[in-house]
Design a protein around this ligand. Structure first.
Ligand SMILES: [Zn+2]
Length: 168
């Protein structure tokens, strides 16, 4: 029998995953975004106008939310900017009244942006499997967590770990 490590009772405890799913409501939504509204996977920050599917989330469910999934690294903006700058520089160099040899310094910048951008991506690609592994471990742990409504704590009955919400 699972009991809360703080009050030693089981009457007010619930699995974190079910607290989370019961606290997340779905509905069609259009209007000013309030903080912590998830609209089609994006977080609407207060003041903006959003429409679409709205996921409202209760304060308690927020505490029991699963760990954040790491983002797969995408091609950095530097690379796209470098490519765009490169193409436009070459176009300007190729017209008779255009940049000519003056286009060479921008091309050096282009090469720098692309090389730097790609090496940034490589670093992130290398870190990604580690983040993914960490996420899976956190998710596994999250699946074991219980929430005690009385004490406002999360706990893991397997390991005895307790989370309170002072810093979260
Ligand atoms: Zn308790």
């Amino acid at each position: 029998m699972t009991t809360c490590p703080k009050c030693n009772k089981d009457d007010r405890i619930q699995k974190a995953s079910s607290v989370y799913s019961s606290g997340v409501g779905t509905g069609t939504f259009a209007g000013p975004a309030t903080t912590m509204n998830y609209t089609d996977g994006k977080v609407g920050v207060g003041g903006g106008y959003v429409s679409g599917t709205n996921y409202s989330i209760s304060e308690t469910a927020k505490k029991c939310s699963p760990p954040d999934k790491p983002q797969k690294p995408s091609t950095p903006l530097k690379v796209w900017f470098g490519l765009l700058l490169g193409v436009s520089t070459i176009c300007l160099m190729s017209i008779p009244s255009g940049l000519g040899v003056l286009g060479i310094p921008p091309l050096i910048l282009v090469a720098y942006l692309i090389i730097k951008g790609l090496s940034d991506k490589e670093k992130k690609d290398k870190a990604y499997p580690e983040l993914q592994k960490q996420y899976e471990e956190e998710l596994m742990e999250w699946n074991q967590l219980y929430y005690c409504i009385r004490d406002d704590i999360l706990f893991n009955p397997e390991t005895g770990d307790i989370w309170s919400f002072i810093s979260r």
